[in-house]
Design a protein around this ligand. Sequence first.
Ligand code: PXG
Length: 289
Amino acid sequence: MKVYIDGEFYEKEHAKVSVFDHGLLYGDGVFEGIRFYNGRVFRLEEHIDRLFDSARAICLTIPLGKAEIIAATCETIRKNELRDGYVRLVITRGPGDLGLNPALCPKATVIVIAAKITLYPQAAYENGLMVVTCATRRIPHGALSPMVKSLNYLNNVLAKIEAQNADAGEGLMLNEQGYVAECTGDNVFIVKNGRIYTPPIASGALAGVTRGVVFEMAAEAGISITEPNITRYDLWTADECFLTGTAAELIPVVTLDRRSIGEGKPGPITRQLMTRFHELTQSTGTVID
Ligand code: PXG
């Protein structure tokens, strides 16, 4: 495996950053997770736009332009001779003296990793996932904007531990008001009477790229999709539920806190969207030439 760090490629065992990098010391940095399928990077521009917005939000200057980041991403995939896989883009504040002040770091570090990722076994896509509600609440906008895909994922990690301890595939995270925000690494959707609902961004949900694709697919299929505040009641009484994320793609949810959702199996609208999503990932995206 060859890893890109600041314009150079390193073998996996030599791909290292300084212990003085503020990305490590303070979680000071941003990242993106991007998938490529069949030699094409899916929704690359959207991921890059979100990366730059995340960086902007934390006053982090990415030392490359968008076109250069795109070129580095494609070059890393090429160097690793992959056609299907996952890219992790990481921008850290860079190395600097001890102390929180980001001004101590003269230059951000740019890392591109191209690899494979499998979050869930195939059976989970066919039979659906078990989800539990986490006691850990989603970080409020006033603390650290949940819109920022930052290197500070402890909020989600703590929730993920709760889900793991309950033998569940994912953990449902509520916001401080008790409304559903998202899962630890995925957005959440429900279907009720043929309509699709997902929590608004204001709830603490990340503006997921895959979430955006669901809006497009729903419009294309003529299915209503809206973003009201959602509570656990809405999941208990939903006909279907599914999650979306770059790594997870679209995955059905069949139980919440061991209570069946709908008929306790993947529903027809979920299946329809999964099929269309698969078509889109195989046939669209930036060609890696
Ligand atoms: N919410 C959170 C908190 C996320 O981190 C999503 C929703 C889905 O967004 P996208 O844009 O991917 O549809 C994410 C993305 C991992 C991993 O390593 C996690 C994500 C993406 C890629 C890999 O578990 N989360």
